[in-house]
Design a protein around this ligand. Structure first.
Ligand code: NAP
Length: 290
């Protein structure tokens, strides 16, 4: 590490962080990828892996002392706010110029007091007051959340079972989030002080997604709407902590009431091309559903 032109990526083994690393590597932008577990590191050109824990402030200095910019993302957990604030503190102390923070569209919305939104909101406020350039990305729900338990149900039962009624949401393909983050990190000063809500180009509901999935699954897929109480029981049965149940029920309720359908043009404005569609997502990930 000889210059101060690295981008440090937190959450580098996670969904968005790993897609962002691929983008930076393909662009030839040198990156420091952070993980707590070196065995998760994936070798890529222009990427150096550093082991550090956001909860251990002393471990963070070596991740940023040659960096100009930081991408800040991590999964929700008990120490989320402290961990993200410590990254911001070390960035300021080591002279990093700019932080791009991955937040959530729930911040500043009618469910801004739900647990996940409140945690992101606290970090956003801290970042804005920290004395460093910043850009905040507030994505809506990821299409990739449909991979895993959701796609397994489509595969085995050909049903979608959700408590969102007929309500729509402009789900986003996280590959677009990673591309937006990478594009901003190439010229961060152009985006300083901006908060971008990131959505897909069109709001859809689960009945529409069922129709799209019917084209790639082994047969017709049916949407079975759950009551809010049934939705809550499903989340509790999965063993989610109370703050997780509270947040995901708030998401379901707001969508059910028709208040989650907002579409933003930020992805197409920044990438100069349309946001990926749910139809394209279903085709790209067809193997998960059949
Ligand atoms: N899913 C959605 O629909 C959605 C929508 C809007 C916003 N978001 C936000 O997107 C963010 C990413 O969520 P995700 O579920 O996709 O998670 P993810 O990116 O898969 O997150 C896991 C990553 O966080 C890193 N991490 C966690 N704790 C860490 C620590 N103490 N030190 C260093 N690294 C740590 C992990 O690193 P290692 O394990 O390698 O150490 C891993 O790379 C979250 O903040 C979430 O609120 C999600």
């Amino acid at each position: 590490m000889e210059n101060n032109q690295y981008v440090t990526v937190f959450g580098a083994t996670g969904k968005i962080g790993s897609a962002l690393l691929n983008f930076l590597s393909a662009e030839g932008i040198p990156a420091i990828a952070v993980t707590r577990d070196k065995s998760k590191a994936v070798a890529l050109p222009f990427v150096e892996w550093v082991v550090a824990d956001m909860f251990d402030k002393d471990s963070l200095y070596k991740t940023m002392d040659h960096s100009n910019a930081v991408f800040l993302s991590s999964a929700m957990g008990n120490h989320f706010v402290t961990e993200q604030q410590q990254v911001i503190q070390v960035a300021v102390e080591t002279g990093v110029a700019h932080i791009v923070k991955l937040s959530s569209a729930a911040v500043g919305s009618s469910i801004g007091s739900s647990a996940i939104a409140a945690s992101h909101g606290a970090v956003e406020d801290y970042l804005k007051a920290a004395g460093i350039l910043w850009t905040i990305l507030r994505p809506t729900g990821f299409m990739q959340n449909w991979l895993g338990e959701f796609s397994q149900r489509v595969k085995s039962q050909r049903t979608i079972e959700e408590a969102t009624g007929d309500g729509k949401r402009a789900y986003i393909d996280l590959r677009d989030i990673a591309e937006v983050a990478g594009t901003i990190l190439k010229a961060p000063a152009d985006h300083a002080g901006n908060t971008y809500m990131l959505t897909g180009g069109e709001a859809i509901n689960y009945a529409q997604l069922a129709t799209m999935l019917s084209a790639v699954a082994a047969g017709p897929v049916t949407y079975i709407p759950l009551t809010l109480e049934e939705g809550r029981q499903r989340l509790e049965q999965k063993g989610l902590p109370p703050w997780g149940v509270q947040t995901f029920m708030a998401y379901a309720e707001v969508q059910r009431n028709g208040d989650a359908a907002l579409v933003s043009s930020a992805v197409s404005d920044i990438l100069q091309k349309p946001a990926r569609t749910a139809e394209a997502f279903v085709q790209d990930y067809a193997a998960w559903f059949k």
